[in-house]
Write a protein that binds this ligand. Structure first.
Ligand code: HEC
Length: 162
């Protein structure tokens, strides 16, 4: 028993020598979703608090980002999150992608899948109230529709397939 504990402790100490890279890619306000769309402040604030740590280049690194292995999970979430949807690069997506991703974002919130529950467990402030959810869901849907209609995209092309 004692041996196992010593091995675990050693392993924990050793992995501390493999920290994560906490530098964010540069932020270009000209392509940021909230900036480009001039999102109303009350809505923008919720999106920044609940989504931007994983879906933008403005990730904030909390205390547990200095401790392995929790930092590795965090880093993985940020990389995966950005890959799927990066609000900082929003304007670089095609209009079809933009419309689709916003529709997806609305559905992820509606389905309770986003923000990730492992994240809201620690970041209580990222939990949205029922009213905040409605506000953000409606905003994402409205923006998705605007982009679709403005660009004459057929509805079935941007619909999210289940
Ligand atoms: C803790 C990090 C984290 C936070 C916070 C977070 N996400 Fe995600 N998100 C992820 C990861 C990781 C993925 C990719 C894997 C997955 O789908 O679970 C993802 C995927 C997505 C996708 C793509 C789903 C798909 O099927 O491709 C959308 C849309 C999305 N998130 C929207 C949001 C929105 C909107 C918020 C804020 C309300 C949010 N996320 C908050 C980590 C996060």
């Amino acid at each position: 028993m004692k041996k196992i504990l010593i091995v675990l402790l050693l392993a924990f100490v050793i992995i501390q020598f493999f920290p994560i890279d906490k530098t964010n890619p540069p932020v270009n306000n000209g392509t940021d979703f909230l900036v480009v769309k001039n999102t109303p402040e009350n809505v923008a604030k919720i999106i920044k608090t609940s989504c931007y740590d994983c879906h933008s280049n403005e990730s904030k690194y909390p205390w547990y980002s200095s401790i392995q292995p929790s930092a590795w999970f965090l880093k993985d979430h940020i990389e995966e999150g950005r890959k799927h949807l990066n609000f900082s690069n929003f304007a670089t997506y095609t209009v079809k992608q933009q419309s689709r991703k916003l529709e997806e974002a609305a559905e992820e919130i509606q389905g309770g899948d986003m923000p990730l529950s492992s994240y809201t467990m620690i970041h209580g402030d990222a939990n949205m109230t029922a009213e905040q959810k409605v506000l953000v869901i409606n905003y994402f849907k409205e923006m998705s529709n605007d982009i679709r209609i403005l660009n004459n995209l057929p509805a079935d092309q941007v619909k999210v397939k289940k």
